[in-house]
Design a protein around this ligand. Structure first.
Ligand code: NAP
Length: 335
């Protein structure tokens, strides 16, 4: 057996009751017996991530029952119902879904390090494909509604902005595994929805460091910021992504939805708008081309996302414009 196939089949059959858990006691979280009654509550994976942490926070604020799933200890709200689970062992996720029987699963977890996926496609496959498969099969067997997050990187970036009807053409291990994850969910979980987000940023305390935050810090220090002039994207505030994903999850809509910011912009222009907002010198933004950086994994150039479909579902003002997103980002940072 090759090292790769060993890794792929190395999934111990564990019961979710054995998984480490924390948070307040609640009968909802106890394993149910077969034929258990109504499905209730939300299970959210990737709860320590940029989007997942905000999905959990917003659901909690709305008074929903939430079981947050993350890797290791919870890095956010200590009072939540929380389970630690390594998605490199996808069977554990299916077991958890079948045990808890949530009404809705919002699957935010993913291996998001694009160059890391390129270097280790087996790990990317396990998390971005096999864990989605486990999620979809669990949801299929319980009748749980699945919303799985995906990415603008499913497109090759030759002809964006793209709507949901555009044909994906993923390049690189991250993009390929995320696209196969989409297909897997759509095939296996009846009525599921795919929420594609893009270039996520957040000013929330404890949030992962993003391009936006690094750029802001440099601009405030009067240091130069290198930004791609040839990559046009739909930057998305994490909280706004969470709002759209929750709105989608509460609907019965099925299929693919672009849950991204409403403004298509180059990374250079993104930084210039940010500079203007904080009174920094726009000349600090140094345009570079993507090719100059010689990154290990391919990145799509024009991969902005059209958001009319989610606007029709949730209202025209739901995806924030860049101006609105950056205003909220700065407010989050100074809160
Ligand atoms: N961030 C972006 O710019 C962006 C752009 C387009 C699409 N997306 C998609 O949006 C979704 C949410 O991503 P995000 O922005 O919230 O990214 P993120 O901050 O990297 O969050 C992903 C989460 O998944 C968790 N995870 C990774 N491998 C795991 C494993 N083996 N077991 C358990 N958990 C694991 C990570 O845990 P750790 O915290 O322990 O690492 C992390 O908390 C993903 O589907 C992603 O592909 C993101």
């Amino acid at each position: 057996m090759s090292a790769e196939s060993k890794t792929l089949s190395a999934e111990p059959k564990t019961s979710s009751t054995a998984l480490p858990s924390s948070g307040p006691a609640g009968s909802w979280l106890e394993p149910t017996t077969k034929g258990a009654p109504a499905l209730e509550g939300f299970l959210v994976t990737g709860a320590n991530g940029l989007v997942g942490s905000r999905v959990v926070a917003q659901l909690r604020q709305a008074g929903e029952k939430v079981l947050a799933v993350g890797r290791g200890e919870t890095r956010f709200d200590q009072a939540i119902h929380y389970r630690s689970l390594d998605l490199a062992q996808p069977a554990q996720l299916r077991a958890l879904i079948e045990s808890v029987r949530p009404r809705t699963l919002i699957h935010c977890a993913a291996m998001t390090d694009v160059d890391g996926c390129e270097a280790d496609p087996v790990a990317a496959w396990l998390v971005n494909v096999r864990a989605v498969e486990a999620a979809a099969l669990g949801c299929r067997s319980t009748g749980t509604r699945l919303v799985a997050l995906s990415t603008d990187y499913v497109f090759d970036g030759l002809a964006g902005p793209y709507d949901e009807e555009a044909a994906p053409n993923p390049r690189g291990a991250y993009a390929v595994t995320k696209r196969i994850g989409e297909e897997t969910a759509l095939l296996l979980a009846p009525g599921c929805a795919i929420a594609r987000v893009a270039v996520v940023y957040s000013g929330r305390p404890g949030a992962k460091r993003t391009f936006a935050l690094a750029a802001l810090e440099s601009l405030r220090r009067g240091e130069k910021v290198k930004a791609f002039q040839d990559q046009v994207v739909s930057p998305t505030l994490a909280d706004n992504a969470a709002e759209m994903v929750i709105g989608l999850a509460r609907s019965t809509a099925a299929g693919v939805f672009h849950c991204a910011g409403a403004t298509c912009v180059s990374r250079v222009e993104f930084c210039r708008v940010l500079a203007r907002k904080v009174g920094a010198d726009e000349a600090l933004v140094v345009p570079v081309s993507l090719a100059e950086l010689r990154l290990p994994a391919p990145r799509p150039l024009r991969c902005a996302l059209r958001v009319e479909k989610i606007q029709r579902l949730l209202g025209a003002s739901m995806p924030l414009s860049l101006e609105q997103g950056l205003d909220r980002f700065l407010a989050e940072l100074s809160a």
